[in-house]
Design a protein around this ligand. Structure first.
Ligand code: RP5
Ligand code: MG
Ligand code: MG
Length: 277
């Protein structure tokens, strides 16, 4: 669980408070810590959003914890999470030093998805990896508008949407600005990726070490890999959109610096393909 707390910066992102410092042995909720009194923070954007955000009031929200709650999946990949005496869901990796939802719309798990689209580097390149010589794999990375970090073009699963739908939608929004192109271009993009996105390889399902996580709200993801060497796809011009300000094919290797837990997902993808890491 220590591995899932590395990206919790002291300063909560985007105008949030400083997180309370928690002694190593007081991280787990099961360990009593009566002095614990972290700041409560939820952004205005979340408080005033009626589409993707929950109600702030837990009592009248009538949330169905650890269950499929109408259109919203409140089940954690980590198994049942606890609810505190005031009715708030508790982060399964323990205390984080901030209460409330921060920048996250949902109380409890916020389900996201991470599409990793890969190709072999062309012309083929090989690199030494320990005692082996392995080919270089590339993936489509985006640069996040919020933090400026390079990342997988992932996003939140909308209410009522399946993970499979969200994986394709987020990819086309962030990598090809599908929301900004005309209808002909839109159908072309949809058609080009239709087949590829039905052939995903499961990479990771679980908690994400994201700096936005709080005591009562956290991100979980479904990360899948879509590999293609079809030049009709790999030669398409990338056009960053939505929460991405850049999009490009990036060589996969251990020296990458990526947002949240994304480096771990990319390492897993490299190993699945027996590629250089
Ligand atoms: C992450 O937050 C997940 O792994 C996913 O990539 C992302 C979803 O949030 P937004 O991109 O919508 O901000 O850490
Ligand atoms: Mg997005
Ligand atoms: Mg995104």
């Amino acid at each position: 669980s220590k591995e899932l707390r590395k990206k919790l910066t002291r300063q909560y992102p985007f105008g949030g408070p400083e997180r309370s410092i928690i002694p190593e042995d007081k991280i787990e909720w099961d360990v009593p810590y009566p002095e614990y009194n972290p700041p409560r923070f939820t952004t205005e954007k979340v408080l005033h959003n009626k589409q993707w955000a929950d109600k702030e009031d837990i009592a009248c929200g009538q949330f169905q914890w650890n269950a499929q709650d109408k259109d919203v999946n409140r089940i954690s990949h980590l198994g049942p999470y606890k609810i505190d005496k005031d009715g708030y869901p508790l982060n399964p990796v323990g205390r984080t030093g901030v209460r409330g939802r921060g920048n996250l719309g949902k109380w409890g798990p916020n389900h996201a998805c991470d599409p990793v689209v890969t190709r072999w580097k062309h012309p083929r390149e090989e690199k030494e990896c320990g005692s082996l010589v392995l080919p270089v794999l590339q993936f489509i990375a985006i640069q996040r508008r919020d933090t400026g970090e390079w990342a997988i073009p992932g996003g939140m699963i909308d209410p009522g949407e399946s993970a499979a739908q969200a994986l394709k939608r987020e990819f086309l929004e962030e990598v090809f600005s599908i929301d900004e192109v005309d209808d002909t271009e839109k159908s072309k993009l949809q058609a080009a990726f239709e087949h590829l996105f039905t052939h995903g390889e499961e990479i990771y399902k679980g908690y994400v070490d994201d700096p936005r996580n709080t005591d009562n709200a956290w991100i979980e993801t479904d990360c899948r890999n879509y590999h293609t060497d079809d030049s009709k796809i790999t030669n398409l011009e990338l056009r960053a959109g939505s929460d991405a300000k850049n999009a490009q094919w990036v060589d996969i290797g251990h020296d990458l610096t990526l947002y949240a837990s994304h480096k771990f997902f990319i390492e897993t993808v490299a190993k699945v393909h027996n590629a250089f890491w």
